[in-house]
Design a protein around this ligand. Structure first.
Ligand code: 13P
Length: 253
C-alpha cells in the first residue's frame, strides 16, 4: 500500500486580521472538489471551531498546530490533545518553530505524538535540519535521529504523517532542491521501514515543506517518497493553495 497524498496548510499565527471564516471558505471553494488528496487546514487554535464549522460537509479537514500531551491540568495557555480531538483530525507536532522558539525536544515531540494518536488525531510529525547541519554533511543522520526520537513510544504508525521541512527553506523563498528533498524522503522512508516494517512504512505520507509554491511543487511530488506538502505562506492564498493541491492531485492522485 502506498501513502495517500496529503496537502496541509499551516497558517501559523495568521492572518493578523483574524478573518478566519472568510479565508477558510475561500480556500474550501478552491480545493473542495479536488479528489485523491487529503486536504487539511491548520488555523490558529482560537479559530479551530470556526474553521471546522465552515468546512462542515466539505472534503477538507481541520488540523491544530500543536497540542499538550497531558489530558488536563494546570498548564496555563495550553490545549490538550483530547480537547483538540473533539474538533480536529490532525495536529502538527514538533514544527521547527516550536523546536527553536519554544525549546521542544524529540522527547517532548514523541510524547505529543503518542497523546495525539491516543486521542484519535493524526500527528504530522515535523523534522528537518538547520543550514549548519546540512553544510557539515550531517543532515541525513540528524533527521534519522529526529525521526527515531520523535516517534519513541509510537507503536502503531498507521495515522502518522511525516513533515520534512529543512529549517533553512522555511519562509525564506529558498526551497530545497527537489533531488535533495527526495534523497531525504528516501532516507526517512528507510528509517520508518527499520522502525515499523516495509508495509506500514510505505503507507506513511511523507510531506515536503519549505517555501512551497504552485511554481515549484511539481518536481517534489515527482519524487517517489514525497507524498505531499506542508505549506506555510502559500496556504494563506486561496488561489495558490488551490493550485498546489490540484498539482499534487494530478501527479499523485
Ligand atoms: P513556508 O511555506 O512559508 O516556507 O512555511 C513552511 C512551513 O513551515 C509549514 O509548516
Amino acid at each position: 500500500m502506498t501513502a495517500k497524498p496529503l496537502v496541509a496548510g499551516n497558517w501559523k499565527m495568521n492572518p493578523a486580521a483574524a478573518n478566519f471564516t472568510e479565508l477558510a471558505s475561500a480556500i474550501a471553494d478552491e480545493i473542495d472538489k479536488i479528489d485523491g488528496v487529503v486536504k487539511v487546514l491548520c488555523p490558529p487554535t482560537v479559530a479551530l471551531r470556526e474553521v471546522a464549522t465552515v468546512l462542515e460537509g466539505r472534503d477538507v479537514l481541520v488540523g491544530a498546530q500543536d497540542g499538550h500531551p497531558e489530558p488536563s491540568g494546570a498548564y496555563t495557555g495550553e490545549v490538550a490533545m483530547g480537547m483538540l480531538g473533539q474538533i480536529c483530525s490532525h495536529v502538527i507536532v514538533g514544527h521547527s518553530e516550536r523546536r527553536a522558539l519554544f525549546g521542544e525536544t524529540d522527547h517532548v515531540v514523541a510524547q505529543k505524538a503518542v497523546a495525539a494518536i491516543a486521542n484519535g488525531l493524526s500527528p504530522i510529525v515535523c523534522v528537518g535540519e538547520s543550514l549548519d547541519i546540512r553544510d557539515a554533511g550531517d543532515a541525513i543522520k540528524f533527521v534519522h535521529d529526529q525521526i527515531v526520537g520523535s516517534l519513541t513510544g509510537v507503536d502503531n504508525p498507521s495515522s502518522v504523517v511525516i513533515g520534512y521541512e529543512p529549517v533553512w527553506a522555511i519562509g525564506t523563498g529558498v526551497s530545497a532542491r527537489p533531488d535533495v528533498a527526495g534523497e531525504m524522503a528516501e532516507s526517512i522512508r528507510n528509517t520508518l521501514m527499520d522502525l515499523y516494517g516495509d508495509e506500514a512504512a510505505l503507507a506513511i505520507p511523507i510531506l515536503y515543506g519549505g517555501s512551497v509554491s504552485p511554481e515549484n511543487i511539481g518536481p517534489y511530488i515527482d519524487r517517489p517518497h514525497i507524498n505531499g506538502a506542508l505549506v506555510g505562506g502559500a496556504s494563506l492564498k486561496p488561489n495558490d493553495f488551490g493550485q498546489i493541491v490540484s498539482l499534487v492531485a494530478s501527479i499523485r492522485g
